[in-house]
Design a protein around this ligand. Structure first.
Ligand code: FES
Length: 127
C-alpha cells in the first residue's frame, strides 16, 4: 500500500541554514525528498504549506490508509535527511500497520519523531 510523505514547504529549520535564501528550508527539503524518491513506486511525495509545527521545522508527516501516522520534525534540508525519510517511508509502506521496528530505522530519522497518530479506522470500530 502506498505511503504518502507530506513535506511542509514553508518551514525554516531550527538552525536556519539558509535564512536569507529565497527558497525556504522546507522547499529545499521537499526537493531533496522528491529526488530521493524518484524511482520509488511505494511512496508518494506531496507538499503542503505549514503543518503547524513551525517552531521545530523542517516538518514532515508519513501516512497511509489504515496505518499509523507519524509526524517528524527538526530536519535540516540536507540529502542525508531526505534519503532517511524516504527509506523510512518505504518501510512504512511495506509494513502491515505502519509500525517499523526500531532496529530498521534509518539513522537520519532517529530523534526526529514528534507524534504518532492512530488510524481513524480503529476509532470508528470502537463506536
Ligand atoms: S511553516 Fe512548516 S510547520 Fe509551519
Amino acid at each position: 500500500m502506498t505511503t504518502v510523505i507530506t513535506v511542509c514547504d514553508t518551514c525554516k529549520s531550527e538552525t536556519t541554514l539558509t535564512p536569507d535564501a529565497p527558497e525556504k528550508d522546507g522547499a529545499k527539503l521537499a526537493t531533496l525528498i522528491e529526488a530521493a524518491n524518484q524511482e520509488n513506486s511505494d511512496v508518494v511525495v506531496r507538499r503542503h504549506s505549514c503543518l503547524m509545527g513551525c517552531s521545530h521545522g523542517c516538518n514532515i508527516a508519513i501516512q497511509a490508509p489504515d496505518k499509523l501516522t507519524y509526524v517528524l520534525g527538526r530536519f535540516e534540508p540536507i540529502e542525508e535527511a531526505a534519503k532517511g525519510i524516504v527509506e523510512y517511508a518505504t518501510l512504512h509502506s511495506q509494513s502491515a500497520l505502519g509500525q517499523v521496528p526500531f532496529k530498521q530505522w534509518p539513522q537520519a530519522i532517529k530523534g526526529h519523531f514528534v507524534s504518532r497518530i492512530p488510524t481513524l479506522t480503529k476509532a470508528a470500530d470502537q463506536e
